[in-house]
Design a protein around this ligand. Structure first.
Ligand code: ADP
Ligand code: RBF
Ligand code: MG
Length: 181
């Protein structure tokens, strides 16, 4: 198992960042909440995100409700997922930019064969918001995707990523991007 390399954070946001995206939240395998206790809003990769190396990133994001009728969507594993398009989101959850960590790649611990992008928003939501719109700015890189021998080790590293993102995004040079999301 490759060790986790140290995260080097530049004093200011450097090219190619900020990388912007505006995408719909789709459903994935349903593992984030149920297996790891860390839900991730899955999105289809746009061109900007697709050009980034696979790995773990931090940035700001913002949610928007989508004006569509709620519906049930059948996932590949046969389970049904409720798409509520973010109708239950509270005012303070859509009115402001929220800090996020993002994973882009193949999830080596799970051996996915398709590249995915997933955003964990650093905020406690009481509801799901499948189908809502998420836009965001990726501001920097944390580390490569790693394989793990245990689920607990993966969870521990994701929690370290969350702590790094919170610390970095609170800095002036990074928090100023809140208003641009
Ligand atoms: P999936 O594999 O379908 O993405 P997850 O277990 O990763 O399943 O759950 C993702 C869903 O949980 C998201 O699409 C979103 O609606 C919801 N969710 C709740 N809290 C969060 C959060 N803090 N960050 C991201 N998504 C969240
Ligand atoms: N999956 C991996 O296999 N290896 C990783 O190093 C890894 N790092 C992640 C870091 C963050 C911040 C997040 C949100 C997810 C990461 N994942 C990683 C993805 C995780 O396996 C995935 O979210 C769940 O499988 C649910 O789809
Ligand atoms: Mg997910």
């Amino acid at each position: 198992m490759a060790p986790r390399p140290p995260t080097v954070v530049p004093d200011t946001v450097e090219a190619p960042y900020p990388v912007a995206f505006g995408l719909s939240i789709v459903c994935g395998f349903g593992r984030g909440s149920s297996e790891l206790g860390i839900p991730t809003a899955n999105v289809n990769l746009n061109e900007g995100l697709n050009q980034l190396d696979v790995g773990i990133y931090y940035g700001w994001c913002r949610l928007n409700k989508v004006d569509r009728e709620e519906c049930q969507v059948k996932r590949n594993d046969g389970n049904t997922v409720s798409f509520n398009y973010g109708h239950d989101l509270a005012a303070d959850e859509v009115d402001q930019a929220l800090p996020m960590v993002m994973s882009i790649g193949y999830n080596p611990y799970y051996n996915n064969d398709k590249k995915t992008a997933e955003v964990h928003i650093i905020h406690d939501f009481p509801h799901n918001f499948y189908g809502a719109h998420i836009r965001g700015l990726v501001l920097g890189y944390i580390r490569p995707e790693l394989d793990y021998t245990t689920k607990e080790a993966l969870i521990e590293d994701i929690n370290k990523d969350i702590a790094i993102a919170k610390e970095v995004l609170a800095r002036d040079a990074y928090s100023r991007y809140r208003s641009q999301v």
